[in-house]
Design a binder for this molecule. Sequence first.
Ligand SMILES: Nc1nc2c(ncn2[C@@H]2O[C@H](COP(=O)(O)OP(=O)(O)OP(=O)(O)O)[C@@H](O)[C@H]2O)c(=O)[nH]1
Ligand SMILES: O=C(O)[C@H](O)COP(=O)(O)O
Length: 208
Amino acid sequence: MKYWALPASWRIEAMARPVILIPVKPFAQGKSRLAGVMDEAAREDLARRLFAHVLAQAKQVADVLVVSRDEDALAQARAAGAMALRETCAGHNPALAQALLKLDRMARAPVLIVSSDLPLLNAQDLRAMLAPPMGVSVMIAADTAGQGTNALYLAHPAILALRFGPGSRAAHEREAARAGLGCRVIRREGLARDLDVPEDLPILLSRA
Ligand SMILES: Nc1nc2c(ncn2[C@@H]2O[C@H](COP(=O)(O)OP(=O)(O)OP(=O)(O)O)[C@@H](O)[C@H]2O)c(=O)[nH]1
Ligand SMILES: O=C(O)[C@H](O)COP(=O)(O)O
């Protein structure tokens, strides 16, 4: 069938370019679980560098939207050519919900939510997350423990209730099942290795 012979609503979805959505906690508040081994300035610097890395990888792959209440993070996003959204409802899930609402109004394009603390992330990881198998509308990149969600692909912005927080991998799977959506869990090192606790810090050496 010719492209222009498709129903109009399908055409819009087929044209819609995916967006990578990066939530960023204020740099000075992030990485609080490293407080026992790094002072405030070092944690802030680390959070800033991790975000810069994720942003650079994401920009190679798709349009990017950053949601944050940190003006520096928003400025860094704009300087890299990304869209920036000031968070009005503080918190991981509320900020993402705000961003998804905006994306849903812009276009019903696929969204890939990616954590800003993935030191081994590369563009291939992101491309893999943006290529779901037929019939799959939700893809979850689990953390190494299989408990958290480090990246979440959504076929469109309003498809799933967000459940970031402890046990989010299982919670996102449950939400997908409840909504009758095809769902896959992906395990790739670049997506799985986040940097949360002191035991994760040796990852940085492998990037040195
Ligand atoms: N916009 C926004 N992003 C958040 C918020 N809280 C967490 N995030 C982001 O969500 C992703 C996962 O966060 P966490 O792994 O909990 O990282 P963190 O909050 O820096 O680490 P801890 O302070 O140790 O909990 C990262 O991209 C964070 O920047 C928030 O309140 N607002
Ligand atoms: O799974 C999640 O909700 C996020 O990745 C945050 O989880 P974490 O606090 O274990 O990093």
